[in-house]
Design a protein around this ligand. Structure first.
Ligand SMILES: [Zn+2]
Length: 413
């Protein structure tokens, strides 16, 4: 692939640096060779020029908490009873394609997506973002990884080798399940130490799952195998157990404001917060009374938690927790982060540079800087003045993934 140079756009590079007007971004193969003000960057005379005058160039966006293979909260959906697995897989394929076309070049899947989708995308069988996948949510019996109906029946669909059973009790069993996930292709380990808004009655946001011995074993085994740990934890003792055990990110963290000491610990230990505000907007309208009540109760705490964590220096990272509530624009989360108190620049970092740190790929993705993969989007308009425009695919004029054109809406490189 010849060297290419994107000229004339405003560069927002994902590091938090001020925007650069009339920028040049030089792409050599799958990587960025240089990026900065046009006058400070050089490129070979034969380079192919992409005229991006009037557009804004950003790193491809990252959602660090999605469920690409989930298509509804109804039990029959969650258990995969409504259609053949092949139909569900093709439905997931359509979501992958749409997500990339909306400018999201990396997705961390927090459960439900098996490693075969990553193989298919890497092989070019399917169009989609780079995938970092957890496979399934590890919890003890009764936790959110335990599929039980309101009647108390266990899930009638057998776990397969690609999405292994994720219930474990006791440190030894926890280690075995972590190893099983890694064997099945997990890039990251997802666990849960509390209930949530949508979990069964009796296991709510402040109800604990896993004891300190089990969580220490989970984190130690995951890290020994080179995997980060993302932990669903909303509040109460389970939130403390997760942070003390040294997980790498807290997912949701709605009641962190109850315990300022935990926020300080997160900042000191570099534990990121992925608040997933988007899913709770949905839950506040839930048809299930217990879910709606939980979402209403946690809302003011959630906003306060995000603000206090940000002020304490905790990395705030974008994730929608989409899937159960279908697949709305992933960039909704950027809007909600601004509404919660991040500056537009911070909210963009939450979905680019900070998100890359959270998934352990800083310098590779999430920043439009020298040496990074050329995952780039060209956007019509200024997202710092109007972050909502990122929710409109027609405003995402060009998507490059590893230097290759994934979507071109009239830019013609
Ligand atoms: Zn989730």
């Amino acid at each position: 692939m010849a060297t290419r140079v994107v000229l004339g756009s405003t560069l927002i590079d994902g590091t938090g640096s001020a925007p650069v007007a009339d920028a040049a971004v030089v792409i050599d193969g799958e990587r960025i060779a240089a990026a900065g003000p046009r006058a400070a960057v050089s490129w070979p005379s034969g380079a192919e020029v992409i005229d991006a005058t009037g557009l804004t160039i950003l790193p491809g966006l990252i959602d660090t908490h999605d469920h690409l293979a989930s298509h509804g909260y109804a039990l029959s959906r969650r258990w995969g009873l409504e259609e053949p697995a092949s139909t569900a897989h093709l439905r997931t394929g359509a979501v992958l394609r749409q997500t990339l076309a909306a400018g999201y070049t990396t997705i961390r899947d927090a459960g439900g997506l098996d490693a075969g989708f990553k193989l298919a995308v890497d092989e070019g069988l399917a169009s989609g973002p780079r995938l970092v996948t957890a496979l399934a949510i590890i919890s003890p019996t009764g936790g959110i990884g335990d599929s039980v109906s309101p009647s108390g029946h266990e899930c009638c669909v057998a776990a397969g080798p690609n999405l292994p059973r994720s219930v474990a009790n006791g440190p030894d069993a926890v280690r075995e399940v972590v190893r099983t996930m890694v064997r099945a292709g997990a890039d990251v380990i997802k666990c849960a130490t509390t209930g949530g808004a949508s979990s069964r009655p009796g296991h709510g946001p402040r109800d604990a799952a896993f004891n300190p011995d089990e969580m220490r074993a989970l984190v130690e085994e995951s890290h020994a195998l080179g995997r980060r740990v993302m932990c669903h934890a909303l509040g109460g003792p389970g939130l403390r157990v997760a942070i003390e055990a040294g997980v790498d990110s807290i997912e949701h963290g709605c009641y962190l404001d109850d315990e300022p000491e935990l926020i300080r610990m997160m900042a000191e230990r570099g534990i990121a917060l992925v608040p997933t505000l988007t899913v709770y907007v949905y839950h506040r309208q839930s048809p299930a009374p217990h879910v709606k009540a939980r979402a209403a109760d946690l809302y003011p705490h959630h906003i306060a938690s995000v603000r206090r964590a940000l002020a304490a220096g905790v990395r705030i990272v974008a994730g929608t927790d989409a899937g159960g509530h279908a697949h709305p624009p992933n960039a909704l989360e950027i809007q909600y982060l601004v509404e919660a108190g991040l500056t537009p620049m911070q909210a963009l970092q939450a979905a680019t540079g900070w998100a890359a740190e959270c998934v352990g790929r800083a310098g590779e993705i999430g920043t439009a800087t020298e040496g990074a993969l050329a995952d780039l989007i060209l956007v019509e308009g200024d997202p710092l003045r109007d972050v909502i425009l990122l929710q409109r695919p027609e405003r995402i004029r060009l998507v490059l993934k590893g230097g290759a054109v994934a979507v071109d809406r009239g830019v013609k490189p």
